[in-house]
Design a protein around this ligand. Structure first.
Ligand code: TYD
Ligand code: MG
Length: 455
């Protein structure tokens, strides 16, 4: 057995006990004790890895910049989200709900990063299962090794023997260290394993991707505690019934955190989507009511997205309000503004709202588009072709400028939209954008006219 000194600590008040206790004698909290390593003797794995050359304090201007090199992972969207490629020696956490495609994405990276020696450690799937998956997505890198193991000490030994450039650990919840008695996936195991991998990554310059599951309500604490330890946190999101996925940078010590990457999950793995607008807009033979187009910005990337609303007479006393991918409270607020400021009788109507692609939308700049779709469905009147919207709504019905409005306008112009409705309070741009008419409205009451009158 490993030579380490362990103790149990209460997560609530920090009380220390030599044994696990069900109830903390200090604060009275139940089930709050976790096992922690408090001292380890040299000889344990983590202690060996800790033999990293010690650094000395130095002036900022004396620090050499040679470490700016970035590794090309062979995937433009992932490179972009990482801020232009992977920094050697970084520890990256890839989080997401089960079944979203984390294993597929990371196996694809291991198999595509041509010229890199990669080690894909799986604690979840057998080698045959991984082989099956790799035949689906294609093998472009002969230097990719597959290793099915869950014991951290063995994984570290293999990393030391194989000297890979990139290691992928799928998933952090399945690996465990012998130093702790708690089971794999417990908070102390996750923390200890991640800390060991971090020391290894920093000491050897090997980059490590760790995969972490989060449940729908985010209950598993694991990935949350990891966020502080790792250099980069990426979140993979999307609706598993839909084919589109977004890779979002939540934290990045080496670049912007706002970047997103868009993918399509097809039969042969994840494909990069360079132009999200083109897939999020549908083309109909005839104009339909209840459909509006919003110019959105996610992070720093503009795209146009279709909003669909259905407004129908409520059969019961309390009308139904349903949204997919959109905050229901925000929709209720927008409906209340329509009721009060435009005089639409929303209290007798059921309202359903849907966004194309199954994306989760949090952009307030889409307020105008949501309201436009509701108005169009309410009056059963299609919005004129070639119109899109970008603006926020205030409680008094005032239309406020959406963040990064100029980018939204340029994207709409690029996609051939003839007119964009924005806030009248938006400062006039220094140079006008060609090919698109910018319609400015100050209040929601002006919106129906802007949507339905031909010019
Ligand atoms: P997976 O990567 O196993 O998810 P995670 O590791 O996040 O739990 O992805 C599982 C889903 O992806 C599964 O439902 C099947 C689907 N899939 C495809 O649609 N095409 C493919 O080429 C692959 C490999 C998986
Ligand atoms: Mg998986």
């Amino acid at each position: 057995m490993a030579k380490v000194k362990k103790a149990y600590f209460c997560k609530n008040c920090g009380f220390e006990a030599p044994k696990w206790l069900g109830r903390c004698p200090s604060c009275g909290e139940w089930n709050s004790f976790t096992e922690e390593i408090i001292a380890r003797e040299s000889g344990s794995v983590a202690a060996t890895i800790a033999n990293v050359p010690t650094s000395v304090p130095q002036r900022v201007r004396d620090i050499r910049e040679s470490d700016r090199r970035r590794i090309d992972l062979g995937n433009a969207e992932v490179n972009r989200v990482l801020g232009g490629g992977l920094v050697p020696g970084s520890l990256v956490l890839l989080g997401g709900e089960p079944g979203i495609g984390k294993s597929t994405l990371s196996l694809q990276l291991a198999l595509a990063a041509n010229g890199l020696r990669t080690l894909y450690v799986s604690g979840e799937e057998s080698a045959e299962q991984i082989k099956l998956r790799s035949s689906r997505i294609g093998i472009g890198n002969d230097e990719c090794l597959i290793y099915t193991e869950t014991l951290l000490e063995n994984i570290v030994a293999q990393i030391e023997e194989q000297h890979p450039d990139l290691v992928i650990v799928d998933s952090i919840q399945t690996i465990y260290t012998d130093l702790l008695d708690s089971s794999a996936g417990s908070v102390s195991q996750i923390r200890e394993c991640a800390a060991t991998l971090l020391k290894y990554a920093k000491g050897s310059g090997t980059s490590i991707f760790i995969i972490g599951h989060i449940t729908k309500d985010g209950t598993i604490a694991g990935p949350k505690i990891l966020e502080h330890i790792v250099d980069v946190v990426l979140q993979f999101e999307g609706d598993s019934n839909n084919i589109y996925r977004i890779l979002r940078g939540i934290k990045n010590r080496f670049g912007a955190t706002f970047e997103i990457g868009v993918f399509e999950m097809l039969d042969d793995g994840l494909h990069e989507v360079a132009n999200p607008s083109e897939i999020l807009l549908s083309h109909y033979d005839e104009p339909l009511s209840g459909i509006a187009v919003g110019a959105s910005v996610d992070g720093i990337r503009p795209y146009l997205i279709e909003v669909q609303a259905l407004v129908s007479n409520a059969a019961y006393g309390t009308p139904q309000r349903n949204t997919t991918g959109y905050d229901a409270r925000r929709m209720n607020m927008l409906l209340a503004i329509l009721e009060k400021r435009v005089g639409m009788k929303m209290f007798t109507k059921d309202v359903f709202l849907n966004f194309a692609g199954g994306f989760k939308i949090a952009d307030t700049g889409l307020d105008l588009a949501v309201v436009a779709a509701v108005i169009s469905s309410y009056y059963d009147r299609p919005i004129n072709e070639g119109i899109c919207c970008a603006g926020e709504l205030g409680l008094s019905g005032e239309v406020r400028p959406a963040p990064r409005s100029e980018q939204r306008i340029s994207e709409a112009a690029r996609l051939g939209f003839k007119r964009i409705i924005v806030s009248g309070y938006l400062p006039k741009p220094s140079k006008s954008i060609k090919g698109i008419e910018v319609v400015r409205i100050n209040n929601i009451t002006q919106l129906p006219k802007a949507l339905f009158t031909e010019e």
